[in-house]
Design a protein around this ligand. Structure first.
Ligand code: AMP
Ligand code: MG
Length: 506
């Protein structure tokens, strides 16, 4: 198996160490960003920059020029990646980075390799009819939500910087233009594999698979059947990831195969949003009219997308087609069990159970059903249950979140009975407090509530006021801490504040 990865090379603002550019030329198009009129640095994520070993001083000084694409830093080898994808079930054999440019890669202090990508930097050979630009609103949304996901402990691409361009972008109306700088373990998608498979380019699929194994799953180099092992490993990471989404009420919104990474990171925060009141059918995206990507459909869509990945790998899995299909099918079948296991582990933690009993699934389901029929807020219910575990809240405070407070009594009695049998309870005297602490670590107080995100975006877009954006980022950076000064940020929207639809703004 070939290795495209090189040694770290110390450099100027970015110690670039590029490997994707070493893949065959048909994998990408060399493309420099298009300069903009008047770049202004909204935000630099200094903590992330430092972790990545970047020169923070230089970025403070030249950040507007660098993160707008006006100044291509030394060592960058800018390119647009080729990929394909199923969008809402329909296949497009050629998508690619239509408005994004990979500047290059850096290796962080712990030895992990990351892509530095600018999004909104003008047309590329993959732009089709698009302008290659991004509007300020979606840039701020991606900044807020990707950083919130990171703080929640959920694998996600990260936000390094946001700039305004001083140029208008034309959507349904004229909007301020912006560029987002994204950091990702890589930008390789299920759709990247599909790009080569759709062309019958098995050598391309193999070169990509070897690169992915090298970069994301190096242990598999020793596996007996590395490509089948790769497929299984990607299924495992996606099963774990989608379970984590469900645990915090996250709805991705556009789970197209070009928006699903093989690294297991959440990517492309277009019309994504967090659910307030629990309803498994929740959809926010204005373009998802049939609810394909609704909250509770996400595990099944993950499976569908992974089946598409499996198809691209068939010629590598086994030279004998029937054998390849059987092996890939067995992996896809295991995805459901993997997802269910991850989901249940997390749900047990959310209700404070350390052990395992057969009835736990029913207990969890009963709470979810109750929340749904009683219009209870997903996040607050679990956070208040954590308080209840250590008697920091009364049952009536917990029950106040339900339309008919009396409706929770039976479930709470079953829950307490289950806790009394839990191993934690039998061994320690301080267990109630310990249990509550453990529950608070998995049940956030703060999520990026959609109405807060929209308020922050509106203030920035309409009035150039970034103060709400800043305070939201600050609160969301510690989602599991009580932050009494920000108690209002915990609250669901009032009826007049509710935001029912989100737009990807592309
Ligand atoms: P997305 O819906 O953001 O995942 O994008 C789907 C595809 O459309 C990708 O190939 C993007 O690069 C491309 N795209 C989205 N917006 C634009 C734009 N404004 N200009 C050019 N290409 C775009
Ligand atoms: Mg995308």
């Amino acid at each position: 198996m070939s290795s495209a990865l090189q040694k770290n090379r110390p450099g100027a603002a970015f110690p670039f160490d590029n490997s994707y550019v070493g893949l065959p030329p048909r994998f990408f198009a060399a493309q420099a960003p298009t300069a903009v009129a008047e770049p202004w640095l909204i935000k630099l994520n200094e903590a992330l920059a430092a972790e990545l070993g970047l020169d923070v001083e230089t970025l403070r000084r030249d950040g507007a020029a660098i993160f707008s694409g006006n100044l291509v830093p030394e060592g960058a080898e800018p390119l647009a990646m080729a990929y394909a994808g199923h969008q809402f079930g329909g296949f497009s054999p050629q998508l690619g980075d239509g408005r994004a440019i990979l500047l290059g890669e850096v290796v962080d202090r712990s030895g992990k390799r990351y892509d530095i990508q600018l999004k909104g930097t003008g047309p590329t050979p993959f732009s089709r009819r698009g302008d290659g630009r991004a509007a300020l609103g979606p840039v701020l949304r991606e900044y807020i939500i990707s950083e919130a996901m990171f703080a929640l402990g959920i694998p996600a691409t990260r936000a390094l910087a946001a700039v305004t361009t001083g140029e208008p972008v034309y959507r349904e109306k004229v909007l301020p233009g912006a560029v987002f700088t994204r950091v990702a373990a890589s930008h390789i998608r299920v759709g990247t594999f599909q790009y080569f498979a759709a062309r019958g380019d098995t050598d391309g699929v193999r070169a990509l698979a070897d690169y992915v194994i090298d970069r994301h799953y190096p242990a598999l180099k020793e596996a007996e059947t590395p490509y089948l092992a790769l497929f299984e490993a990607v299924c495992e990471r996606q099963a774990a990831l989608i379970a984590r989404w469900l645990h915090v009420g996250f709805i991705h919104g556009v789970m197209n195969t070009d928006n699903m990474t093989v690294s297991g990171e959440t990517i492309d925060f277009g019309p994504c949003a967090f659910m307030d009141a629990y309803d498994p059918a929740t959809v926010f995206s204005s373009i998802d009219q049939h609810g394909r990507y609704a909250y509770a459909n996400q595990p099944a869509i993950g499976r569908w997308n992974l089946a598409r990945l499996g198809e691209t790998l068939l010629p590598l899995i086994d030279a004998e087609p029937d054998g390849a299909v059987d092996k890939a099918n067995a992996v896809i079948k295991s995805y459901g069990e993997r997802f269910q296991a991850h989901w249940l582990v997390g749900m047990r933690e959310k209700i404070g159970i350390a052990g395992k009993e057969d009835g736990d699934l029913d207990l969890v389901q009963a709470l979810l059903t109750l929340m749904q029929t009683q219009g209870a807020d997903f996040t607050l219910t679990f956070r208040r249950l954590s308080d209840l575990a250590s008697d920091n809240a009364t049952e009536s405070e917990f029950a106040a979140g339900f339309r008919e407070p009396d409706a929770c009594g039976t479930w709470l009695a079953q829950w307490r009975e289950r806790l009394s049998r839990d191993p934690q309870t039998a061994t320690a005297t301080a267990t109630a407090t310990e249990r509550a602490i453990a529950m608070r670590r998995v049940n956030p107080a703060f999520i990026p509530r959609n109405h807060r995100v929209e308020q922050a975006i509106e203030a920035a877009v309409e009035n150039g006021d970034f103060s709400l954006f800043e305070s939201l980022l600050a609160v969301l950076s510690k989602p599991y801490n009580d932050q009494p000064g920000f108690a209002a940020y915990m609250q669901p929207p009032k009826p007049n504040e509710r935001v029912l639809a989100t737009f990807c703004g592309t």
